[in-house]
Design a protein around this ligand. Structure first.
Ligand SMILES: [Zn+2]
Length: 200
């Protein structure tokens, strides 16, 4: 029997930018990073679909362009958007990867950091299942910290910021319930000059 006939028995081949420990739900909402662009920034987001509801299929349907506009009034507003982060961390801490870190996921939109626009070009987006009004779970912080450690080993990451930091006035996520003190890589709040808080 050839390997092709029994794919379930073979380990997944390593692929550029995909983490072996994450469940893959592949999104089409990405394209190539600009030539020579390294990942320097991690952007933390929060999302719940329907809003304030957890555990459903809405987020993954949204990020894979399968949201049914008739299922919820809010879905009518957003179903045609073409967006995705690289990662989603669910309430129970499950890590799902939607886009290779080597590619540019469409997560940040109009944004600016360190004097540069278009943060998608040089960032990795991580969505936490959550909202502005509800605390995040211990399991989510644990998965996030493991993920940040891994990303830091793979890329020259200079900062970890919230979506609200790079798109102020337009975005509020991850919101006031996100406890920055619980992540192990320090954030940078202003964009005046490059910082090096990762150096220990
Ligand atoms: Zn966001």
């Amino acid at each position: 029997m050839t390997e092709a006939l029994c794919p379930g028995t073979n380990p997944e081949p390593p692929l550029m930018g995909w983490l072996p420990g994450a469940r893959r739900v592949v999104s089409p909402n990405f394209d190539a990073r600009p030539d020579g662009e390294a990942v320097k920034l991690v952007v933390i987001h929060a999302i719940s679909l329907p809003p304030e509801e957890f555990g459903g299929t809405g987020i993954l349907e949204f990020f894979t362009n399968q949201l049914n506009p008739s299922e919820h009034p809010y879905y009518k507003e957003i179903h045609a958007l073409r967006v995705s982060a690289h990662f989603l961390i669910r309430r129970d801490g499950e890590l799902i990867q939607l886009v290779s870190c080597a590619d540019r996921a469409w997560h940040a939109g109009a944004s600016c950091w360190s004097g540069r626009a278009r943060c998608n070009d040089f960032s990795i987006g991580i969505e936490l299942e959550g909202s502005d009004d509800q605390t995040f779970r211990d399991a989510q912080y644990a998965t996030l910290n493991s993920l940040l450690t891994r990303l830091r080993s793979d890329w020259p990451i200079e900062a970890v910021l919230g979506h609200s930091d790079i798109a102020p006035g337009r975005k509020t996520d991850p919101g006031p319930c996100f406890e920055w003190s619980r992540i192990e890589i320090q954030r940078h709040e202003s964009d005046d000059e490059p910082r090096h808080s990762l150096a220990k």
